[in-house]
Design a binder for this molecule. Sequence first.
Ligand code: MN
Length: 477
Amino acid sequence: MIKSFIKENLEGLVAKAYEFAKKAHNGQKRLTGEPYFNHLIATAEQLVKWKLDDICIAAGLLHDVLEDTKVSKEELLKNFGEEVLFLVEGVTKLGKVKFRGIETQVENLRKMILALSQDIRVVLIKLADRLHNMKTLSALPIGKQKRIALETAEIYAPLAYRLGMQNLSGELEDLAFPFIYPEDHRKLLEEVKDKFEEREKYLRKVQLVTEEALEKNNIKPKEINFRAKRYFSLYKKIKRDEKELSQVYDLIAFRIIVKTIEECYATLGVIHSFWPPLPGRIKDYIAMPKPNGYRSLHTTVFCLNGKITEFQIRTEKMHEEAENGIAAHWIYKSLDKKDVLNSMREMEWIKQLKEWHNKISAPADFIKDLKVEFFKDRIFAITPKGEVKDLPAGATPVDFAYQIHSKIGDEAVGAKVNGKIVPLNYILSSGDLVEILKQKGKKPSPDWLEFVKTNMAREHIRQATKRKGLKNKNKNF
Ligand code: MN
């Protein structure tokens, strides 16, 4: 892995950063006993995998020099320029706040969002850094292990998920799992192991039958495989739904990768003609992608011998995006504009991407545009529980309240932003911590329609005031 990175990317700015970081960290060791520099290579490797630009890879190599070596800001600026310095400083700042309960979690999220809105690459470097730290977590003192694992599961994994980086999110969670719940982790692994072995023969049979059926219908899938669910997500599912392992249908799901969207639907048809689907378990995330941009067709069927089995069907591009999310956009930078356009996913909170990706003229502009435009029209505000709500710029506490729940919107009488009371038409900014003050039974005011920014708020206010109007009318009768 390390070799391929050196061979393919070690030139120009990246080569310079490589030598610089190597020298700066010379003699330092990680707690694992290996040279500190290995951590920087691992971080940069990940950024190469995500196909990020040279500035970002250089910053990945240099991300710890300000924090852990004698290198000064000025030196970094002189050698690598403003952009690299900005990224390295951004990553350093993100590292400062530690997970110590809900309050710092919110504070962490705030920092993350602010960094995200300035340059998404800061967060991607931080995620690459965290991934390697998690892989070497067992070398740390026990007390630290749990805190870092929690921080990873509570902040970084959800963040990766939000960026559509499903694969990374799952990997971070699975790395954190044994440190957070060691006993449950051990038990689950044992239980799952038996189940998997038991099912593997059966699944191979299903795979063959599926391949044949598709071939008869002239569908040549690029790939059919089955993969076990991520352990931590499985664990959470069992806990959440109070289920036994045997009751989880999608313990192992089939994944069918085909060439086109038409073939996705055709494949679904073929499967359903063989095996009847379970009602309510067909999900069309192609027509309606998940908020994080995930696209795929899901169905759960009564399969061979009546066994319940899940299938996921998607194109290669969707697969790439599902695995790598936001980083997948860069993968398409070499394709022509139309392909870039088609590959953009409809993340609910980055819909404006759609508007500006028409303007992309050259790959080099891609990152620049992303940096400037990505979050220009959206703000991210946080609930006291640490949930992030994304809203259009200019949104008010009323919009925020309806985003949480219609009842909270209806009963809102005031709001606190970062601990201070503000009027309901206050304009929120990214990173604001918003608490809605309510009064039971209160109805929304039609005046709110003057300042709300989201359709959701507008609809609810209209409905609620209409209802009130009707009631009054009836009284007059
Ligand atoms: Mn680091």
